[in-house]
Ligand binder design. Structure first.
Ligand code: FAD
Length: 300
């Protein structure tokens, strides 16, 4: 593909990626220069992830097009599968199974994060997660079927694994959700358990305790999108214990002059000593730092 103008490619259409696209568009418009901005995401909608513990996730989902089309950001609906930082090329797959490549002058990695699954045998197969809209929707559908279940209500248990931000929100919301889905009587008789590991993950499960008639929801923390770690195969590029790319003060990935990272994909310092959390509070402003990225692209 022939590139007529420099291309800023942003991968991931969450809080960080969308803010990066919007901030870059403003920078480029203000500078009056010709730079193409492409946002590639596997979801054509933005999901309100912090509220996915709530009922009716469909209401927490909005199309990207009305936000990015008016400012001239080109959208590609596809899944990024490989980044070649030497040849500055992204490989991606479309929903109809086609593989294609796209080159870039500057790349912003804003691929977000995934739920961590502890190595507890059988856990991945039986636990629900609420990391993405589709996962939250599946859990919602499961909870909607509660009222049609057999009558052993008193043994029904809802086990939430991990008492971080998501786990606490899920646990405190759960009885209200059960009430909405299956009625107050069912909700009053069910037991909601929040499991926290202390020194090991879900010790009750690990010690052989068995729960019948249960719904297990896994909220054991987040890990950066797995594609970040593949960049660490390049000499000089490193990731932290959560799989986030180590970046400098301008969000430039250490060891890669053309690649930046934002949001949950970045291990970024907020000042001299504090590291940004995996949170919306940090994803949005790190995305907005795309003005820095746009200027960098202008220099090509
Ligand atoms: C249940 C839950 C509750 C939370 N509660 C809070 C809270 O109360 N407060 C708070 O501040 N934070 C909360 N968080 C964390 C917050 O949601 C994240 O920190 C924030 O969404 C990170 O934004 P991001 O843009 O970096 O990533 P994301 O929002 O995850 O966006 C990543 C984007 O990349 C896309 N993508 C992923 N892989 C690919 C790929 N291979 N190719 C193309 N596109 C891809 C995704 O579809 C998505 O659009 C919560 C998270 C969860 C899961």
């Amino acid at each position: 593909m022939v590139i007529n103008k420099p291309r800023l490619l942003i991968i991931g259409g969450g809080f960080a990626g969308v803010w990066a696209a919007l901030a870059a568009a403003k920078q480029i418009e203000d500078a009056g220069v010709e730079i193409e901005i492409v946002l590639l995401s596997k979801d054509a909608n933005i999901s309100m992830r912090p509220r996915l513990y709530q009922k009716n996730p469909l209401a927490l989902y909005a199309p990207l097009a009305p936000t990015i089309d008016p400012v001239g950001v080109k959208f590609i609906h596809a899944t990024a599968s490989a980044i070649d930082p030497v040849n500055k090329t992204l490989t991606y797959e479309t929903s109809d199974g086609k593989t294609d490549n796209l080159n870039y002058d500057r790349l912003v990695v804003a691929l977000g994060s995934e739920t961590y699954t502890p190595p507890v045998p059988g856990l991945a197969a039986c636990a629900w997660t609420i990391n993405t809209h589709n996962e939250a929707f599946a859990l919602d559908a499961h909870l909607q079927k509660l009222s049609s279940r057999p009558s052993n209500k008193s043994s029904a248990r809802f086990i939430i694994i991990g008492s971080g931000m998501c786990g606490i929100e899920m646990a405190t919301e759960m009885r209200a959700r059960i009430t909405q889905h299956a009625g107050a009587e069912y909700a009053a008789q069910t037991r909601i358990v929040l499991l926290e590991r202390n020194d090991k993950i879900a010790p009750s499960l690990g010690d052989g305790t068995r729960f019948a008639n249960k719904t297990i929801i896994l909220t054991a923390g987040l890990r950066a999108n797995a594609l970040c770690a593949t960049l660490a195969e390049t000499p000089g590029v490193t990731v932290d214990a959560l799989g986030r790319l180590n970046v400098d003060a301008t969000l430039r990935v250490q060891g890669l002059s053309d690649v930046f990272a934002a949001g949950d994909a970045a291990h970024a310092f907020t000042d001299d000593t504090h590291v940004a959390l995996m949170s919306c509070q940090h994803a949005a402003p790190t995305g907005r730092r795309a003005d820095t990225l746009a200027r960098a692209t202008l220099d090509t």
